[in-house]
Ligand binder design. Structure first.
Ligand SMILES: [Zn+2]
Ligand SMILES: [Zn+2]
Ligand SMILES: [Zn+2]
Length: 170
């Protein structure tokens, strides 16, 4: 297991970026939220349970529901991305988009749980044809992209993409 190092992930200026995003949504950057950002900044995403277990030693009476709530606040503020893992569980990772408030998507590596930004959205055309076909105005959509990152692809060579990894997120 990796150790938690201070700001190993997000670059120096990112702290301010995330703080500003939280502020915009009425949240303060408390020590706990800061610790979660630091944890997520290590580059991979994790389940709320895992984040909770890593933080608990430093935050006495921290409950799992609180971590859930904080992560959802992060998601709403654009600080974190919620991605669906291969086992139908939700993972949270840090959003590293330059403009997190602009609509975009994320892809998660099924092996190492690294989250990458997918800029723009290719679904606008789909929304238009859905409207034509059904009369529905699409107001929201979710795109779950799971794959193998470049590193894991070269590491695993030709092995099956569905190799399960239970290392992270349990
Ligand atoms: Zn993002
Ligand atoms: Zn990977
Ligand atoms: Zn989209």
């Amino acid at each position: 297991m990796k150790t938690v190092s201070i700001y190993s992930g997000p670059e120096a200026g990112d702290g301010q970026k995330y703080e500003a995003l939280l502020k915009e949504h009425g949240y303060k950057l408390t020590p706990r939220r800061r610790a979660i950002i630091r944890l997520l900044g290590q580059g991979t995403c994790a389940t709320p349970e895992r984040i909770w277990r890593r933080l608990k030693p430093g935050f006495g009476r921290l409950g799992l529901p609180t971590v859930y709530r904080n992560l959802e606040e992060f998601r709403k503020a654009g600080v974190a991305a919620r991605v669906a893992g291969p086992e139908e569980r939700f993972y949270y990772g840090l959003c590293r988009a330059r403009r997190p408030d602009q609509h975009h998507h994320h892809i998660v590596c099924e092996k190492c749980r690294r989250v990458s930004e997918v800029s723009g959205c290719r679904l606008e055309g789909l929304a238009a044809s859905v409207k034509k076909e059904t009369g529905f105005q699409v107001t929201e959509h979710r795109l779950e992209l799971v794959g193998l990152c470049r590193k894991c692809r070269t590491r695993t060579g030709k092995s099956k993409p569905n190799t399960r990894s239970s290392r992270e997120g349990k």
